[in-house]
Design a protein around this ligand. Structure first.
Ligand code: ATP
Length: 388
């Protein structure tokens, strides 16, 4: 009996990947188990890789421990470089799926047809060049996690196929007839506002409701600057052995700049500065770089005025010139910028910050609107950046 059982066990190892879940079931491995003692013991290790002491990071860690063994679909929101992938990897490492694969697919990196084959695989002869069967990432991730990065960039026809996998756990390879069953935990990430994408017809609402069961928002670094010193120390410790030591801590003038800077590239940008610092062993070029970035972005800071009517606005603009000569063209441009900015903002608010609709109403191209928004320093007011 023992030998028969062992044989069955070994045979299952050779079953096609799509059937692996069956093996897991037979062996009673995984499947909505409560976390094993081992994973509980390991939990802090994976969480400790997420550096930060801000309330936002603390909340995220808390949320991770709550959802880790639920198999509920997760969407991680945040700008580029904030640590979305790090959060996804922590979810995987802490879950009962940690010994199964973590497979990442960047949905923005491939055009539609290629992405379909990448996700779902193809059968031999499915298209020119398909000389052999290829397994897709969903099959490769069976039993584990598929991390769909930049989900907001997935073409609509693939969103329909993804919805089917989420609903039934089944799909067919490109050019295939057979339904393939997988048990894969889907974690997605995006830097888009998916609500807006739905309003603008770029994201399926039904898929959104399927995916967005757990929402984790990772705020930009500029909104949690208290994490910067800890992150700096973490990256020094991490990269000093490889890139050279000699740096105990960040020199004070550089740290002051770090705390002032708005970090458009978020934690990834900070990480790169620390690596550069370890190599150069000189903080001045980095400080110069940051000052330059700050000056460049200050140029597009929105103009501010206390004036409430046109006459006051003109007086305010003329004040610095006293009785001297007045550069008409320059003042006209400035006043025009105020008006244009106000006008665009009013329409954006009216359309609930739907840029395509705003461009239509203003009878300009979408690109022209984005260009004007950037040049006039028009930014959508930040939403509440908390986990929910
Ligand atoms: N809280 C953090 N603690 C330690 N390292 C972090 C943290 N946040 C981000 N990082 C590091 O910053 C880099 C960028 O993080 P990650 O790739 O997870 O960002 P992302 O939001 O997925 O970016 P993108 O949207 O561009 O793919 C990685 O090297 C990651 O390890």
């Amino acid at each position: 009996m023992y030998i028969l059982g062992k044989l069955l066990f070994n045979l299952l190892d050779f079953w096609p990947i799509a059937e692996l879940s069956l093996k897991d079931r037979i062996l009673n491995k995984g499947y909505r188990k409560t976390p094993s003692l081992r994973s509980v013991k390991e939990a802090p290790v994976a969480l400790e890789l997420i550096i930060g002491q801000s309330p936002a990071i603390e909340n995220i860690k808390e949320l991770i421990t709550q959802v880790v063994n639920t198999d509920l679909n997760v969407v991680i929101y945040g700008e580029s470089g904030v640590g979305k992938e790090l959060v996804a990897r922590a979810l995987h490492r802490l879950s009962y799926r940690k010994d199964k694969p973590f497979v990442k697919v960047n949905c923005a990196a491939l055009p539609g047809e290629l992405l379909e084959s990448e996700l779902f695989g193809y059968e031999k002869g499915a298209f020119t060049g398909a000389v052999a069967q290829k397994l897709g990432k969903f099959e490769l991730a069976n039993g584990g996690v598929i991390f769909l990065d930049e989900i907001g960039d997935m073409p609509l026809h693939l969103q329909a196929k993804l919805l089917q996998v989420l609903q039934d756990g089944e799909f067919s390879r490109v050019g295939g007839q057979k339904d393939i069953r997988v048990n894969t935990w889907v974690i997605a990430a995006t830097n888009h506002d998916l609500d807006r994408d739905i309003r603008e017809g770029r994201f399926r609402e039904d898929l959104y409701f399927r995916l967005n069961i757990i929402k984790i928002v990772v705020p930009p670094l500029r909104n949690r600057k208290e994490d910067i010193p800890l992150l700096c120390q973490h990256f020094i410790d991490r990269y000093a052995p490889q890139l050279g030591g000699g740096l105990e801590e960040i020199p004070k003038p550089l740290m002051d700049l770090f705390m002032e800077y708005h970090w458009p590239g978020n934690v990834r940008e900070l990480e790169n500065y620390i690596r550069r610092l370890l190599v150069l062993k000189d903080w001045e070029p980095i400080a110069q770089d940051i000052r330059r970035h700050m000056e460049a972005s200050a140029e597009v800071e929105p103009p501010t005025t206390k004036a409430t009517n046109l006459k006051d606005l003109v007086r305010e603009e003329l004040a610095p010139y006293g009785n001297g000569s007045i550069p008409l063209k320059e003042i006209r441009r400035k006043i025009f910028d105020y008006v244009e900015r106000e006008l665009i903002e009013v329409v954006l608010e009216r359309t609930n910050w739907n840029r395509r609709r705003t461009a239509e109403i203003l009878q300009i191209s979408y690109k022209a609107l984005l260009y004007k928004m950037q040049n006039l320093g028009i930014r959508e007011p930040e939403k509440n950046s908390e986990t929910s």
